[in-house]
Design a protein. Sequence first.
Length: 280
Amino acid sequence: MTDHTPSHSTAESAQDGADRVPYAKAIPEPTSGPLVTAAGVTLVAAALVTNLWVLACGVVILVVGLVVWFRSVFPQERLEEIPARAHAAPEADFRVPVREARERPSYPAEVHPMNVGIRGGLLGGAAMAVVACTWGVVTHGSVWMPINLLVGVLIPGVEGSDLETLRAFHGGWFAVAVVIHLLLSLAVGALYSTALPIAANRPLLAGAVVIPVIMSGVVWATIATVNPALQDYISWPWFIASQVAFGIACGWWTSTRERVPAMRGRSLAQRLGIERGGES
């Protein structure tokens, strides 16, 4: 029996695959992290129309899934070596002529660093907050109105409060609103760092118009399904204006920053530029 045991270790093959041709001799190791994370996200979303117990279970499962998923790519991506037989040339009497190997282009070949997207998300979130609070003052005479309505997206029952309650300041609601707004701003900012290079010719058009219109449609459809009562309080022209303000601020900041190679096939530590053991 022929021994097909690889002559190099998995770590050596993984490093060889990362430095020369990504995933030529190794593929990402299977992990249950994405499946567990998806289950946690599903429960968190279901909590919007159920109760806090479902939310608590969803958060726990979500955290566990993220930890398992994160450990599979950091500090070094875990790879599984491909058996030699899997990439051996087939033995046959006739062979199809092989054209000269060419490197497949990666689109986009360059992206903005993640920290650029995070800072852009914070800047865009501040611009969005200014527009939203302006709507609250102009329409309802209270800066707290949009903040309390944002909490209603996550906590059922807020939309049933009377106008005086929605106009008033609530410490707990304010803390929840800050966390929601911060997380959403960071997530969308990270999206901008990778999405805008795809529209390299018109980054501001994509950031200030296309993405805000798509996000507004997603939010409208989500609220109409999850908590329709909130629609009685939301002014959609003002809401779209806040999305556009986010897009202009985040899109301008992101598109004017320097881009770096996408580094496909590199480990998460290499992409983040983290030094480990004296090596970058």
